[in-house]
Design a protein around this ligand. Structure first.
Ligand SMILES: [Zn+2]
Length: 207
């Protein structure tokens, strides 16, 4: 049985102590409260929550967080900090984590996404040819859907060796990196996370 360990949640206080900014991924971000604390509840007065909004000193992005009325421990953070699933093969996990952490250095980030995709395809036995020919093969072999393969061609997955061959191409932007990360996360979900959930589900119904 795989249990996913969640990081401890911070408290709702003047600064929000996260490991990384959910917008720019800076380490130990300076997220300072920019609003007075306010309360919300559902129309019948239940579901009472306390909220604050914080702004990142580096990127200016706003993060909101809430806690329940009986504890200061945060229960919701928006946007949610992006995380990498524990069930991924270790190489895939570390490339993907580094791609997420470096989204604000997008040229490096898209290369790390390409490395993560490369590692996933190798893990599934597709070792020959360029990244895109292997993605095509993965789709014809039914490892991924045709739509996933089309999506792969719409995001930037630049391997080291492709960088020099096309000097005319523009440098990737932060948005490009975020789109590449989203694709890579989805592919990881599809190839590794969902199958492991299915296996756990089958095991669970046996007992
Ligand atoms: Zn930030």
């Amino acid at each position: 049985m795989i249990t996913l360990k969640k990081d401890a949640m911070p408290n709702l206080e003047d600064s929000l102590k996260l490991k990384r900014c959910p917008h720019c991924s800076v380490d130990n971000p300076n997220l300072l409260t920019v609003t007075q604390e306010f309360k919300t509840s559902s129309d019948n007065g239940s579901n009472l929550k306390l909220w604050r909004a914080y702004s990142c000193r580096r990127c200016g992005g706003v993060v909101t967080a809430s806690c329940l009325s009986n504890s200061r421990e945060v229960v919701n953070i928006y946007p949610e900090p992006e995380s990498v699933n524990e069930v991924l093969p270790s190489k895939v996990k570390s490339y993907l984590q580094q791609a997420i952490d470096s989204a604000f250095a997008p040229a490096g980030s898209v290369m790390l996404c390409a490395s993560a995709v490369d590692a996933m395809l190798k893990e599934k036995g597709l070792t020959e040819g360029s990244l895109y020919t292997r993605i095509g093969k993965a789709s014809t072999e039914g490892l991924m859907t045709k739509e996933m393969a089309t999506w792969a061609h719409q995001v930037r997955l630049e391997a080291n060796d492709q960088r020099h061959s096309d000097s005319e191409s523009t440098l990737p932007t932060v948005e490009d990196a975020k789109r590449s990360i989203e694709f890579t996360q989805t592919l990881a979900e599809f190839l590794f996370v969902l199958p492991s959930k299915v296996t756990i589900g089958i095991e669970a119904t046996k007992h």
